[in-house]
Write a protein that binds this ligand. Structure first.
Ligand code: FEO
Ligand code: CA
Ligand code: CA
Ligand code: CA
Length: 559
């Protein structure tokens, strides 16, 4: 019986077969040279893909990074490792992104890693549980250590004999921290400044067509608090949800909650005000034929929104309009002070609309979503996939993956269709989807983020899923469309930042917050990565093996 070509791709949506939509830079794998053309495949090759069988892992609560047969991992770098004479690798690594130094050599390049937040128990030797009023017992030295351990790292890495290693003391190696001076890319100052001190809450991110990194400031209100407004539009400041840094440094909350671009070559950075201020999870770019940029970015908070920026100038993340999604009516609504009279009733200018983007979005009638996390563009169909991780306030405990289809496939369209691609829950074997990544062959990989205080608890809805995991949804073959568990995280950890190397043979992955639920440092809930120090350490690993190569076979055929 002939295998239906159309069936191959039907699980992710109707594709215009053979028409690749996404340009090379958008692949997390970096630089694929040719589009995937299913129609050109021989029956023999189709049969290879059809017959590929994946045996997934069962759920596990073991304190280890477990992988399916056919895959192995090695640790590239972990918290505290020296990257240069001056700097060490930060805490709680999240987003990763690899850019080769020279496109002809996919095994030598710069790895960017986000450091989202710290656990003071490990980083600053401060145990909140020891005090009734912990803030009264904090010192500036502790806060300084914490500030150093967030932000991001640039490290040169090379693969030799199958193992990725850090090139220690390479001139590119550097840290961006909560103390680094960063330009605000805007025409008017914000809170009287055109420069912010530091970046923090760096969750996920993205890559630009001009090969720079994007790092997104997510739960920024956890560091210096937030400015809130009452019904009469009067401002007041609320304290940080954790950390209490504002007791030591008086930096305005308005300097955080942005998409930050970092130049890999020299570490210079800028915050892109035009993309709005909220809990940015990620920023996924598409470049139109005329070189204008479309940027998708979600606000990972209960009942917040999905945004898209469309630039009016080539290669710009400044000139253009920010839109917010009305998913009920399939419309992108312009957050444009000049053209929206409703916005003029509350905000004094466009800068204020961007700083208070959440409020502006609600005024326009944007749809409240269930915590939009990572966003990826399907390389074959051009559909946009958005993880909606959960929304306990609305009874959605397992989350789902949303699919957006822009009208006529135009990324700058102002209308779209949306639907649920896949719902979390027992039936589909996963809960709380977070980071997404397509591989070279268009298989969809994703991680889960069940919160540490709910995982493996008998009275919580997550008990059957055990530890957070990495999954793949194969695009082809017998298992097409099924959710298969590929890796299981150490205790209390979350797997984050999946990113494929340019040749598709390595999956870079962060292991974030192992041992997060530890109460006493002498009795940690995890000791991964088992380096002899008897405490858990966040680390970035390289996953390699036969299985990744088999799953990427499609690319090798057409290249
Ligand atoms: Fe930092 Fe939305 O995960
Ligand atoms: Ca995340
Ligand atoms: Ca991603
Ligand atoms: Ca998350």
């Amino acid at each position: 019986m002939n295998y239906s070509r159309r069936k191959f791709i039907s699980f992710l949506g109707k594709a215009s077969l053979g028409a690749a939509i996404v340009p090379p830079f958008l692949f997390s794998c970096g630089n694929i040279s040719k589009p995937i053309d299913i129609e050109s495949l021989s029956n023999e090759r189709l049969n290879h893909l059809k017959n590929l069988v994946l045996e997934g892992l069962s759920a596990s609560n073991q304190d280890d990074l477990l992988l399916v047969n056919g895959l192995d991992y090695h640790t590239i770098i972990k918290w505290g490792d020296e990257i240069s004479e001056l700097d060490t690798f930060g805490f709680n690594n999240d987003f990763t992104c690899f850019i080769p130094l020279d496109k002809s050599n996919p095994k030598d390049g710069l790895l960017w890693v986000n450091h989202e937040y710290v656990n003071p128990l490990y980083v600053s030797d401060f145990n909140y549980r020891d005090y009734e009023n912990p803030d009264e017992h904090r010192t500036i030295e502790q806060v300084d250590k914490e500030m150093y351990n967030v932000g991001g790292s640039i490290v040169r890495i090379k693969e030799e004999n199958g193992k990725w290693k850090v090139v220690k003391n390479d001139p590119h190696n550097r840290r961006i921290t909560a103390k680094t001076k960063i330009q605000l890319n805007w025409n008017s100052p914000i809170k009287g400044k055109s420069e912010a001190i530091g970046t923090l809450a760096n969750c996920s991110g993205g890559i630009t067509p001009w090969n720079t990194f994007l790092t997104c400031e997510e739960n920024y209100d956890g560091f210096y608090g937030e400015t809130v407004y009452d019904d009469n539009n009067n401002a007041s400041r609320i304290p940080s949800r954790y950390s209490g840094w504002e007791n030591f440094y008086d930096y305005p909350p308005e300097h955080y909650g942005w998409v930050v671009e970092v130049n890999p070559k020299d570490g210079t950075a800028q915050k892109h005000i035009a993309l709005g201020r909220f809990a940015h999870e990620c920023c996924t770019l598409y470049q139109l034929e005329d070189k204008r940029i479309v940027a998708y970015t979600g606000d990972d908070s209960n009942n917040e929104h999905l945004y898209k920026f469309i630039s009016s100038q080539p290669d710009s993340l400044k000139e253009g309009i920010l839109y917010v999604a009305d998913t009920v009516n399939g419309k992108w609504l312009a957050l444009d002070w000049e053209k929206q009279p409703t916005l003029k009733t509350k905000f004094k200018d466009q800068t204020e609309v961007l700083i208070r983007a959440r409020e502006a979005a609600k005024l326009l009638g944007a749809t409240e979503l269930n915590r939009p996390e990572d966003i990826e563009i399907d390389p074959i169909t051009g559909h946009i996939f958005v993880s909606l991780t959960n929304n306990k306030s609305k009874g959605d405990v397992h989350g789902s993956i949303l699919k957006i289809e822009e009208t006529n496939g135009d990324f700058d369209a102002l209308t779209f269709k949306s639907s649920t691609y896949l719902a979390g829950g027992e039936a589909n074997g996963f809960s709380c989807p977070d980071n997404l990544a397509f591989d070279l062959a268009g298989n969809l990989w994703f991680t889960s983020d069940m919160s540490g205080n709910a995982m493996n608890k008998a009275n919580k809805p997550y008990i059957s899923f055990k530890n957070n995991s990495l999954f793949v949804i194969p695009r082809y073959g017998k298992d097409a469309g099924k959710v298969i568990r590929i890796a299981s995280a150490p205790k209390d950890a979350e797997l984050t930042g999946p990113w494929f190397s340019p040749d598709g043979k390595t999956l870079f992955l962060s292991v974030q917050h192992p041992g997060e639920q530890t109460k006493n440092i002498n009795n940690p809930t995890s000791t991964w990565p088992f380096d002899g120090d008897n405490i858990p350490k966040p680390a970035v690993v390289a996953i390699t093996g036969d299985l990744i190569e088999k799953m990427n076979k499609l690319n090798q055929i057409v290249s």
